[in-house]
Design a binder for this molecule. Structure first.
Ligand code: N01
Length: 539
């Protein structure tokens, strides 16, 4: 007989960890399956040099325990991977989470049984278990995108992916290293690899807008001031569309209300303060392409000023709308291209055609390499979900249900898949927010929903097709009011060949959180319930 739990949680990243805590608070039993050898999800795997969060530490942290948020002391404005892993270990120990997590275990399939209203969850190494509820905490950036390049399997040196970095540090000393990809992971790793390697060849398909992070030791006075009213600080952040940085409000005015000199002063100020604040410089920069162009051109001029070789600067200069792909943060990224041991190769003009045991060959040139690093990102938001064979009512697979793009109600539920919840899924603000806030909102909402179902003998809960359709329209309408879907980004799945392009995250955290709360207090309209049969002797 398979073991039975009230809840199975898939994934022990930051979402799965808090979800386990919330399930315990409701008094239900839970089992968490995690493919990695420890908790932490994306932070467990992303050990590449330079891996650092792009959300400020005091915000990229849990808020479900006042004791926890008071006792933990962050050391940097932006925590690096090692500091975040120390925090994760502290949380796992403090809340005794590991006893309900099975590591090194990948969920391969799950099937909904109509007669019992239970999910059977199959794993690769722990057999199968049965649960009333399944919660997918599989992460938005967890399924690496590893493009196939002919001959890559013949390469003699190490081939690494930033999102599956080895547990032990990698030594680049004396090596000729190739890095493919210049998104957030690439721009963080490149400056550090360049300092160690004998030679670094960067293979760039699309140049990114990379802004200075301005990472620095965290000001103890700022930390103390925030801790004096952490609850108020979190509440103010929740009122911001991206659920964070309420200390730096967006300038509500149009760029065109300012003279050129005034605009430059505002942009210079935001550049020097670091972080994603550039996108808060003017109220219209993410909705008006002319306004956007002013900000984009400011950053392009910075690149031309920093990079000494004008040809290299031109290659590094992006042309797309700033902000439609996620902004990258890195200290010293553009300066890296002034080093004599660094070479930039434009693989949009001349793609890599072949990899041999010792080279990467484009149509133009051949590059001798000892190591190859893929910084090519992820099959984002839906990638980890679509790799599990999830079968709902009548054997319908989630992959089939989503063949024209993901469809959810509130990002939390899917019609045809009863008692299955998705955390930070498509149709929810997820990656457009400080994801720790999105996780908190989902974990507490799902926790309350589980309590409601348990207290009211509700057997199943399932999004209705109408609610799902309306929600999908709403997500699309909000995205179309911005410039966010105007370039081929992973928000749309455009980086994955064959993936149906649909803008997946929902724009605007505060309205979303209010809507979810209203739906819960109104008895969950948009979800259909079935009740447990009343035992015969009580009827
Ligand atoms: O991935 P990406 P990432 N051939 O998709 C290129 C978060 N994150 O891992 O733009 C050649 O952004 C691709 O080129 P193009 C953050 O949300 C956060 O860097 O598709 N090149 C691009 O240059 C981030 O947005 C942090 O043309 C190919 C790069 O590879 C998200 O994770 C740190 C290619 C991929 O960039 C993903 O970031 C790291 C191919 N076939 C990550 N396929 C922080 O907190 C892709 N590329 C700071």
């Amino acid at each position: 007989m398979a073991d039975e739990f009230d809840v199975v949680i898939v994934g022990a990243g930051l979402a799965g960890m808090q979800m386990l805590h919330e399930v315990r608070m409701v008094g239900l039993t839970a089992k968490v399956f995690e493919a990695g050898g420890g908790a932490g999800g994306t932070w467990y795997w992303n050990r590449y040099p330079g891996a650092r969060c792009d959300v400020e530490s005091l915000e990229y942290s849990y808020q479900f325990s006042e004791v926890l948020q008071q006792e933990w002391e962050w050391t940097r404005r932006y925590a690096d991977q090692a500091e975040i892993m120390r925090y994760i270990s502290h949380v796992v120990e403090t809340f005794d989470l590991a006893r309900d997590i099975r590591f090194h275990t990948r969920v391969e399939a799950m099937t909904y049984e109509e007669t019992t209203a239970r999910w059977t969850v199959q794993t690769d190494s722990a057999g199968e278990v049965v649960a009333k509820f399944v919660i997918m905490a599989t992460g938005c950036l967890s399924e690496p995108n590893v493009p196939y390049i002919p001959g890559v399997e013949t390469f003699a040196g190490d081939v690494l992916h930033t999102g599956r970095w080895p547990q032990d540090p990698v030594d680049f000393t004396g090596k000729r290293v190739g890095v493919i990809g210049t998104g957030s992971s690439g721009v963080q790793a490149i400056p550090l690899i360049a300092r160690q390697a004998a030679e670094l060849v960067v293979f760039q398909r699309t140049p990114a807008y990379t802004l200075p992070a301005v990472d620095e030791p965290l000001d103890p006075e700022l930390q103390a001031a925030i801790k004096a009213d952490y609850r108020g600080f979190r509440a103010r952040n929740n009122e911001v569309p991206t659920a964070g940085l309420s200390r730096f409000p967006t300038n509500p005015n149009s760029v065109f209300l300012f003279s050129t000199k005034e605009r430059d002063a505002i942009l210079e100020h935001n550049w020097n303060r670091g972080g994603p604040l550039m996108l808060r410089a003017f109220g219209d920069l993410l909705v008006d392409s002319a306004a956007n162009e002013v900000v984009a051109e400011f950053v392009r001029n910075k690149i031309r000023q920093i990079v000494t070789d004008p040809e290299v600067a031109a290659k590094l200069t992006p042309t797309h709308v700033i902000g439609c792909k996620r902004i990258c943060l890195s200290d010293g990224y553009y300066e890296t291209y002034n080093r004599v041991n660094v070479r930039l190769v434009d693989i949009k003009r001349h793609p890599i055609e072949e990899i041999t045991p010792t080279t990467a060959r484009t149509g133009e040139d051949s590059h001798d390499l000892d190591m190859l690093v893929f910084a090519t990102g992820y099959d984002a938001i839906t990638g980890a979900l679509s790799r599990i064979d999830i079968r709902g009512r009548a054997g319908l697979s989630l992959q089939e249900a989503w063949s024209d793009g993901p469809r959810t109600y509130l990002g939390l539920g899917v019609s045809g898949f009863p008692n299955l919840f998705i955390m930070t899924g498509p149709g929810s603000p997820s990656v457009l927010t400080n994801v720790l806030v999105a996780i908190h909102q989902h974990a507490t909402w799902i926790g309350e929903c589980l309590k409601h179902m348990t207290d009211n003998d509700i057997r199943t809960m399932e999004a209705t097709p109408e609610a799902e359709q309306n929600w999908g329209d709403h997500v699309r309408d909000l995205a179309e009011q911005t410039l966010l879907s105007s370039c081929g980004s992973w928000y749309l799945g455009a980086n994955i060949p064959g993936k149906t392009p649909v803008f997946m995250p929902l724009v605007g955290f505060p309205d979303y959180a209010k809507k979810c709360a209203e739906i819960a207090s109104a008895g969950y309209p948009g979800f259909a319930f079935q009740y447990d049969p009343v035992p015969v002797n009580q009827s």
